[in-house]
Design a protein around this ligand. Structure first.
Ligand code: UDP
Length: 243
């Protein structure tokens, strides 16, 4: 018997994914991303200065903070714990690296972009939803800078998106929800840009191990999902091809 998806999806089917742009008022970019029942709010704030290690170098910086809200999961979690946990640190660094990979820091100039990814509802795939949604918010934030006359051209060089793939009962499944995430023997998160180059792969065998062949299968399935997510980003942003 093979794994039956709780929500009846095909093995290669994404959860319904939607981006609500301009979700809050005061950030340069603000997007609520829905991936099935996972909901993440990503805002992008801009400051006209850079961290000390970059001062005077004529380049910008992007950093990210990630947090689950206490009520995002069925069991309430303590705010201080969520702030300090290793998982939080790991995920926010992944989001930062992923979004930095598509930015030309010289073209951004001496300013810092801060991405805040706050998980309103966690049904797995919160880090991947954060990356995919943060790209849409980043695009809006840069558009704000251009509209204000602070930048002439976009420093965004690629789109970036991410998705999870898991192995359950020997088969690969795209974009796991929580019941799948906890049952998966292997859990991977894949980040790619719109040249379909790999930015990062996180892969963990929760049970036993997995083979090189299975890794290829996982990356192929992730690529299919990421292509669709890149298209959904373009539709949300109403452009055909970036830059
Ligand atoms: N989760 C939870 N409490 C935690 C960590 C995770 O309930 O402290 C749930 C939550 O639904 C989360 C899922 O487990 O989305 C998968 O967590 P993981 O660490 O794999 O990260 P994610 O898939 O959200 O990027």
């Amino acid at each position: 018997m093979s794994w039956q998806r709780p929500d009846g999806r095909q093995s290669d089917q994404l959860r319904p994914t939607r981006f609500d742009r301009r979700f809050t008022k005061f950030s340069a970019g603000s997007v609520l991303t829905h991936c099935g029942d996972t909901q993440v709010l990503c805002t992008v704030s801009i400051k006209p200065k850079v961290p000390r290690f970059l001062e005077g170098k004529g380049q910008g910086w992007l950093t990210a903070e990630y947090r689950m809200l206490p009520g995002a999961t069925p069991d309430r979690q303590d705010r201080e714990f969520l702030k300090l946990s290793g998982r939080t640190q790991e995920i926010q660094r992944l989001i930062g690296r992923s979004l930095r990979s598509v930015l030309d820091m010289q073209a951004l100039g001496e300013r810092t972009l801060t991405i805040d990814a706050d998980v309103l509802q966690a049904d797995a795939g919160t880090r991947t939803a954060s990356i995919t949604g943060a790209f849409v918010a980043l695009h809006d934030a840069i558009a704000t800078l251009i509209q204000c006359g602070e930048l002439d051209q976009s420093p965004i060089r690629h789109q970036v998106a991410a998705v999870s793939v898991g192995l359950l009962e020997g088969e690969a499944f795209l974009d796991l929800n929580y019941p799948e995430d906890v049952s998966a023997d292997v859990d991977c998160n894949v980040v790619m840009n719109d040249a379909l180059e790999i930015i990062e792969i996180q892969g963990t065998a929760e049970q036993g191990s997995f083979t090189r062949q299975q890794l290829d299968q996982i990356v192929n399935l992730a690529e299919k999902g990421i292509k669709e997510l890149l298209q959904l980003q373009r539709e949300a942003l109403e452009f055909n091809k970036i830059c």
